[in-house]
Design a protein around this ligand. Structure first.
Ligand code: N1C
Length: 262
């Protein structure tokens, strides 16, 4: 038997984006155990082996430009987790600030403070239909290759669930130092806002934060924030807004102690 021919595989496709994070599986497993054993021991019953396998099964042996929500269904079921009412924190173009804040306010949750967001944060992954291996060389770029790639579909799917599960008063940190403070094309603007349930979300409060030392500034009265207000009004959700919410401003000042505004 010509073993060499049987073992031949076409080389993995060359995509424009960076490839799967090295040691992805081990990182996912390690983060799963850290989260369920140490960060939130009340989730100690979760089966990290099963979760790790469901994660990789969602994209291995599949075309990385035809990812679907369905691919992640089992993973979603295995990682369900309740966030208490009034404790959900969304963010858009303000990742660092929002996470700095929840690191101190341990009772509040961004998506990355829940199990699945914690596991996947900052990682890349994709497979190939002709191989059972991950593609460590390249993965589709959202712009240049395709939008239905494994990690974009993942973030859309988990962001949707995170918003559907939210209740009470919810918050969002927005970046007032860019022109589209509320961006209808962002995950927050496209997915989360439209998946809040008006029966259980009483109000969304936006915190529009300005970078210390930046000249450009958008505020609660800017037109993009007004677009958000109108969308929520149509959806029967009350909107409120604060510029430079004090407690987060203090965190910015910790990093810029010499600034006159501090
Ligand atoms: O598109 P964005 O912001 O508005 O997405 C942020 C919004 C948050 O409220 C989260 O709940 O959507 C959720 N979310 C993540 O938690 C997340 N972690 C990492 C969305 N995207 C997330 N990522 C990656 O950052 C992902 O690759 C996505 O494309 C970016 C979005 O960041 P953004 O534009 O600042």
């Amino acid at each position: 038997v010509p073993v060499g021919i049987l073992m031949w595989r076409p080389p993995p496709k060359q995509w424009k984006g960076e490839g799967t994070t090295a040691h992805l599986y081990e990182i996912l497993l390690g983060r799963c155990y850290t989260y369920t054993q140490i960060v939130r021991p009340e989730l100690g019953h979760k089966d990290c082996q099963k979760i790790g396998k469901a994660f990789t099964k969602a994209f291995l042996m599949k075309d990385p430009c035809s990812s679907t929500e369905q691919d992640y269904q089992l993973l979603m079921e295995l990682t369900d987790e309740a966030v208490p009412c009034d404790k959900t924190l969304f963010w858009s173009k303000s990742s660092e600030l929002a996470h700095d804040y929840t690191r101190v306010r341990r009772d509040m949750f961004t998506l990355e403070d829940t199990l699945l967001g914690y596991m996947a944060d900052g990682l890349k992954w994709c497979g190939d239909p002709g191989s059972s291996e991950m593609n460590y060389h390249s993965c589709p770029d959202w712009r240049e290759d395709c939008s239905n790639n494994p990690f974009s579909v993942f973030w859309n799917t988990v962001s949707k669930r995170f918003a559907e599960d939210a209740c009470g008063v919810v918050h969002v940190v927005l970046n007032g130092s860019i022109s589209n403070t509320f961006d209808e094309r962002s995950t927050f603007g496209r997915v989360e806002v439209f998946n809040l349930h008006p029966e259980k979300v009483n109000r969304l409060e936006a915190w529009v934060m300005h970078d210390i030392g930046s000249v450009h500034s958008d505020s609660c009265s800017s037109s993009s924030v007004n677009d958000l207000k109108q969308i929520l009004k149509r959806r029967n959700i009350t909107f409120s807004c604060q510029n430079n919410y004090g407690p987060i401003r203090l965190l910015q000042c910790v990093k810029n102690p010499g600034d006159s505004s501090c």
